[in-house]
Write a protein that binds this ligand. Structure first.
Ligand SMILES: Cc1ncc(COP(=O)(O)O)c(C=O)c1O
Length: 369
């Protein structure tokens, strides 16, 4: 099986460019530019004694903290080694044989299905529509996907990434709930990846009771700025969480990760600062990108922007030129449903973003001469 290519492999880039990782500017993974909460950092730096025992296999304190945060019961939570581990548990644990996704979207859903020999179908949001997910149309068509065609099993689960990566588009919470209820009536699982939803909590379906057969995924990677610790969580019916957990290897989340995630979650001040910063910096970056001749961006509710380069300028060329300068961005030209001029850019600090804008301006300028 071919592994999907993701952003964030700074180690490969450092080797290739013969530079130290710290000399790279990584816009290819979308991580909170303010970094993690200071309390989480401290727990990591001072937490070495946590490594002298096995980690809590049930992640009790973190699940309790999440239960308090979301006003739910701890049994509704399962912690994973990043949300990626949880995505990969889903097909086997829930016996999903055919998953419907709304593209263009995150490639790991298809990879998880491929691992178990499952089928995947996609409905693509259209460029002309600003990549707005066609949720109403899909809702009307959900029934059709139950029918078996060409000896493929009927669709038994649907996945929505909200906000969606790499387009940044969102669906509103009421619409997602309506969609989830419809899927449940048809006997389909509704899986909602809210890995970037801390940036726009109003789209989350977590504040209310979840419709039957609905499961939500979250992460401490992006907003909480802890990509290297590997912590994510699933929320859903306690019986379903048990089923999912039974497929997980023991101790998959280490104790530093559990402790730091709990402190990060509880640091509401840092969360508010992070949100405020992102709102301002994202709109400043949009303005900067719109000034680049021939470029367009799409409205984003997350901490990244999808950039479309001018006609005839291929993403691959720009990605390589930036890489030579030690600037990493995510080439999205191979993402099904996007064109070969598509790049995803994380929003970083003001100074880093200015550096990227100036390099992009230079590369685009040169391509026109
Ligand atoms: C949409 C989406 N979901 C899930 C993940 C996985 O995140 P993690 O495993 O770090 O929690 C990513 C990572 O890029 C993502 O973009």
């Amino acid at each position: 099986m071919k592994r999907p290519v993701h952003g964030g492999d700074v180690y490969a880039a450092a080797r290739e460019l013969k530079r130290d990782v710290r000399q790279l500017l990584d816009f290819s993974a979308s991580i909170n530019p303010l970094g993690p909460s200071a309390a989480a950092w401290r727990a990591i730096k001072e937490g070495s004694e946590l490594l002298s025992h096995y980690p809590d296999p049930a992640c009790r304190d973190l699940r309790q903290a999440l239960a308090t945060f979301w006003d739910r019961s701890p049994e509704e939570f399962l912690i994973g080694n990043g949300s990626t581990e949880l995505i990969h548990l889903l097909p086997e644990a829930l016996q999903i044989r055919h998953l419907l996704v709304i593209g263009p979207t995150f490639s790991e859903y298809a990879a998880a299905m491929a691992r178990v020999g499952g089928q995947i179908s996609s409905i693509m949001a259209r460029r002309d529509d600003g990549y707005r997910p066609p949720l109403e149309q899909i809702m009307n068509d959900l029934g059709k996907f139950r029918n078996t065609r060409n000896s493929r099993p009927p669709v038994d689960a649907v996945m929505l990434c909200n906000p969606n990566s790499p387009t940044g588009q969102v669906c509103d919470a009421d619409m997602v709930r309506k969609w989830a209820r419809r899927a449940a009536r048809l006997g389909q699982w509704c899986l909602v990846d809210e890995t970037f939803a801390e940036y726009c909590e109003e789209v989350s379906i977590l504040p209310e009771d979840l419709p039957a057969q609905t499961l939500v995924l979250r992460s401490f990677t992006k907003f909480y700025g802890l990509p290297g610790l590997r912590v994510g969580y699933a929320v859903g019916n306690p019986k379903v969480m048990k089923r999912l957990g039974a497929h997980q290897p023991p101790w998959s989340v280490n104790m530093l990760a559990q402790r730091a995630a709990q402190l990060a979650l509880e640091d509401k001040r840092h969360s508010r600062r992070s949100l405020r910063f992102m709102e301002q910096e994202r709109s400043r970056c949009v303005q900067g990108l719109m000034r680049l001749p021939g470029c367009s961006t799409f409205p984003s509710a997350a901490n990244f922007l999808l950039l479309e380069l001018p006609a005839r300028l291929k993403a691959m060329r720009v990605v390589s030129a930036l890489r030579r300068q030690g600037i990493l961005v995510r080439d999205c030209s191979q993402v099904p449903g996007l064109n070969d001029r598509s790049i995803r850019l994380a929003i970083r600090s003001r100074a880093d973003n200015d550096r990227l804008l100036s390099s992009l301006s230079e590369i685009i300028g040169k391509s026109r001469t």
